[in-house]
Structure formats: C-alpha cells, structure tokens
Design a protein around this ligand. Structure first.
Ligand code: B12
Length: 435
C-alpha cells in the first residue's frame, strides 16, 4: 500500500515536472490561458469591422487572422473590402507618386495572412501593370535612396521596417542594401517618435531583421545583422517599465511580438503579458488599431507567424451576440479645459471652454470652434483615427517634418484627440513641433 502510494506520488511529480518543462520550453508562456479575456478582445476586433468608417483596416484583418478563433464569413467579406476599397486608395496614391510603403506592407501582410495568392494582385501606373510585391520593392528602393541622400526614409523607419517584413514573409529576397540601411539605423539609434525613442519602431525593425536572418539571405553582413537584432532586443528590454509595459501601453503589444519572434525566454515577457491583460481589463484598448497590435502578442503570435500560415483546420467559432443598445448621455458635470496653441513661430494663444466630464479632446476642440472663439482646426483620417493637422489655418505638415504635438501639464498625451478623454479640469498644450 505504502509502495503504491509512493509510486503514485512519484508519478504525479513526474507529470507536474514534465508539464512545467513543456510550459517553460515555450517562450513567453504564461501558464494560464486567459481565454475569456482574449475571446472578448477578439470579438471587439471583429465587431469593429461593422463600425468602421472610411477605409477597411489591414492591421485589423491581420490580427483577426492571427487569432485562435475565426468568423470565416466576416473575414472573407473584409478581405474583399480590402481588395476593392483599400486597393483603389493605394492605386490612386501610387498614380500620384506618393509614398505608401506602410500601407502597401500592411495590405501585403493582410492578404498573406488569409493565404491569398499575392501574384494575382496588381496595380497599374503609367499604363503598366505590375504586381503588389513589385510595387512594394520599388517603394522600398525609393525609401532607401532617400535614406542615402538625407539619413531618413521618405515616410519613417516604422514603415520602412514594415516594408522589409512584408517582403520577407512573402518569400521575396530583400535587397542587401535595403536591409543594411535598417541595420545602420539601429546602430545609430535613429528611431524616434517626436522627442522620445520609438519602441514601436524598434519592435517592427526587430521582427523585420529576424525574418531576414531566418531567410538566410543576408550572408555578407551576418555579424552586423546579428548585432542589430541583439541591440534591438536590449532596447526593448531596457524600455520595460516597473508595471511591465514596454514603452507605453500602446507599444507593448508590438514589443512582445518582437521578443517572441526573437525567441525570448519566459521571464523576458511574462510581466508584459500581465500588464497588457490588466490594461485590456481596464478598457485601455478600445481603439481597434490598438487591439490589432496587442491581440497577436496575447495569443503568443507575431507578424512573423504570417510566413508559415496555412489557413487549415481553423476554428470557425467566433460568433457575435447582438449588443444591447447603450445610450451614453453626456455627463451633467462640467469640466474646464484650457487650450494653449503655440505656432511654429512661437506665438501663443489661450482658449477656454467648459465641456461635459469625460468628453474627448476632439469634442472639446469642436465646441471651442463652434463657440467662434477665433479657434479653428482640421484633422486627417488615419488608421488610428483623426490626426490633428491644421490649427487656425496653420498646417503642421509631415512633409516638412512637423506635427501638432499634444501634451497636458508638461506630459505628452499617449492618445490622439478622439481617444483622449477629459476627466477633470485640464490645460492642454498643442505645439507646432519639428521632428
Ligand atoms: C511615426 C509615428 C508618428 C509620426 C508620424 C509622421 C511620420 N511620417 O513619421 C509623428 C511624430 C507625427 C506622430 C505623432 C503623434 N503620435 Co505617433 N506614431 C508613429 C508610429 C511610430 C508609426 C505610425 C505609422 O507610420 N504607421 C504605419 C502607417 C501605414 O499607418 P497610418 O495610420 O497610415 O500612419 C499614419 C498615422 O498613424 C499618423 N499617426 C502617427 N501617430 C499618430 C497618432 C494618432 C493618435 C493618430 C490619430 C494618427 C497618428 O501618422 C502616420 C504616418 O502618416 C506609431 C506606432 C504604432 N504602433 O502604430 C505611433 C503612434 C500611432 N503615435 C502615437 C501618438 C500618441 C502620437 C501623438 C498623439 C503624440 C503626441 N503626444 O502628440 C502624435 C499625434 C498628434 C496629432 N497631431 O494628432 C501612439 C498612438 C496611441 C493611441 N492609443 O492613440 C502610437 C501608437 C505610439 C505609441 N506607442 O504611443 N506619430
């Protein structure tokens, strides 16, 4: 009896030890599945397809395809919208010789994540029809030339990295000179976002460089490539805050994706996984774009997974229950907002408005404009929502490397005008800043 008991204890020990070994052999394994939370984020992302104004979002498609649960009908409808509306939009940008490398790359990743034959997708410029991948390669050449000429891409290094990644996961050999420019930029620490380091860009560059390394095509400069990947990894780990987020709440998803792609150990990203789950429970990720960059990481996937995606044996189980309509009435409590606008010449003007508590900054600016207080503004649409582009007729143009920087009490806002909510009396500064 005693022998039997001891052997069954031994057996349990062996089983527990083996289970622990399996868990710890997978990078970033967190032990528990947290499937309820992930399912609800997955549903919110799917629901965003119905609420989308403007262009269909390729980043949202990519994240849906990297998730564990699927709705094949809705995903199928969405890929068709990408192939029509987004395709037409990119076509017109290409016809106008605009740089759209980031959008082209996201479109490529979205198609590839649905196992679409990329060779069937073409664009016609100057009466010449060429494939999507040929156009992406050409756009990357232009970006590379621009870096050679002025030390910066035409767009930014985030989009440049997306371009390398999209070509690489599609099995296209990335030109060594193109990769070298990215390696150099990591070495020279050229990745900035306004006045701070861009964790998002390090993450995207890390995934791109890891893909190139795995493809085995970059043999001439293998040591430099390895060093750049190591540096990127160190940058991401060094940017980890005490609460586990890497950079901020909105860069952590991409950073964890990159660490996963670069084969990190459990200890490297378990605290960040936890931080993202806490943020998700606190409804920090309500912008579909932020869910789209975070959810793959929570599913322990990265954009690199697209390379080996086969689209077989998927669970067609993601069903949306109808939502009870919730009427959100404006709060009775009012808060006072002071908006300070500082133009490129340094001239400052201050405006005040009182708005219902929890209004967005966009709603506050709209009220201010309606009050005819001499304040006007314009926005441009983007995948993240409205980007503030013009104030009182003055444009802060990306082509001039300027933007309207948002801050409150000396701290840069981590969200844009539509997402930032005003919970208490507040002073917002909007400065025309160069970058
Ligand atoms: C590059 C970049 C910038 C550049 C863009 C210009 C350029 N050519 O380089 C500059 C420096 C201008 C910028 C500004 C801001 N940015 Co920014 N930006 C990025 C970055 C690194 C890449 C964007 C990109 O090229 N995407 C690829 C292309 C294909 O997508 P796209 O939608 O067409 O890209 C355009 C828009 O994204 C737009 N854009 C850039 N940032 C933001 C921010 C918001 C809120 C909106 C609506 C649009 C927008 O510019 C892009 C290029 O044209 C992302 C990182 C990320 N994870 O996405 C952060 C990111 C989008 N930015 C962010 C923020 C917070 C800002 C600012 C609000 C910062 C501030 N305090 O002022 C401002 C925007 C203010 C405004 N006027 O409305 C956050 C948004 C988080 C959120 N939940 O909303 C991100 C995710 C970075 C982060 N982790 O904090 N940004």
């Amino acid at each position: 009896m005693a022998i039997l008991k001891r052997s069954s204890t031994m057996l349990s020990l062996v089983i527990i030890t083996s289970l622990l070994a399996v868990a710890s052999s997978k990078p970033c394994e967190t032990g528990e599945s947290h499937s309820e939370l992930l399912l609800s984020l997955n549903k919110n992302l799917l629901r965003s397809l119905d609420n989308q104004e403007g262009l269909p979002n390729p980043s949202v498609h990519l994240a849906l395809r990297l998730s564990d649960n699927h709705n094949h009908v809705k995903e199928g409808e969405h890929i068709n919208r990408l192939k029509t509306s987004l395709h037409d939009d990119i076509q017109s940008s290409l016809s106008n010789s605009q740089s759209v490398v980031g959008l082209l790359a996201l479109y490529t990743l979205a198609l590839k994540s649905s196992c679409h034959d990329l060779n069937t997708i073409t664009f016609t410029v100057n009466d010449k029809s060429e494939t999507l991948l040929t156009h992406l390669k050409k756009q990357m050449e232009r970006e590379k030339e621009h870096i050679a000429f002025s030390q910066r891409p035409l767009t930014n290094y985030y989009q440049y990295s997306l371009g390398v990644l999209a070509l690489c996961v599609s099995g296209v050999r990335v030109n060594n000179h193109v990769t070298n420019k990215l390696i150099k930029a990591v070495e020279l620490q050229h990745f900035t976002h306004g006045e701070t380091e861009s964790v998002d860009t390090y993450a995207m560059a890390g995934m791109a460089l890891q893909c190139v390394k795995d493809s085995g095509s970059h043999v001439h400069n293998a040591a430099e490539l390895e060093t750049a990947i190591m540096m990127t990894k160190q940058k991401l780990l060094a940017a980890r805050r005490p609460d586990g987020h890497i950079g901020n709440e909105f860069s952590t998803g991409l950073a964890v994706q990159a660490l996963l792609a670069m084969g990190s150990e459990v200890a490297d990203c378990a605290p960040s996984m936890k931080a993202m789950r806490t943020a998700a429970r606190n409804n920090v990720y309500h912008n579909p774009m932020s869910i789209s960059q975070t959810l793959p990481a929570l599913y322990k996937q990265s954009y690199l997974s697209v390379k080996s995606k086969e689209c077989l044996h998927e669970h067609d189980t993601l069903v949306l229950e109808p939502l009870d309509p919730v009427a959100v009435l404006p709060s009775q409590t009012k808060v006072a907002v002071t908006v300070e606008v500082v133009t490129s010449s340094g001239e400052a003007a201050v405006y005040s408005v009182s708005v219902p508590k929890s209004s967005s900054l966009l709603e506050a600016l709209t009220l201010l404009q309606e009050k005819s207080a001499g304040f006007t503004f314009e926005t441009e649409s983007s995948l993240w929502g409205p980007f503030l582009s013009v104030i009182n007729g003055e444009q802060a143009r990306q082509s001039d490397r300027r933007f309207w920087h948002l801050s409150s009490e000396g701290t840069a806002l981590s969200q844009g005008v539509a997402d930032f909510k005003i919970g208490a009396d507040q002073r917002i500064a909007i400065r025309n800043t160069s970058y």
